[in-house]
Design a protein. Structure first.
Length: 58
């Protein structure tokens, strides 16, 4: 079994990388024809997370 991993940086307001978002799946679960779509979804999700205001604890 081969594992496929996709990762995208989560950037803070200053543009610096503050975290990463990753997705792992069995390679046969993501057909080649859908790989670009999944990569774009991971990037979009990372950008969305990075655009949210930071949570500050008490």
């Amino acid at each position: 079994m081969d594992i496929l991993g996709i990762v995208a940086p989560v950037r803070g307001a200053s543009g610096t990388m503050e975290a990463a978002l990753s997705v792992a799946a069995l390679e046969h679960r993501i057909p080649d024809r859908r790989l670009d779509e999944v990569v774009a979804a991971v990037r979009d999700a990372a950008e969305h997370i990075g655009s949210r205001p930071a949570m500050v604890g008490d």
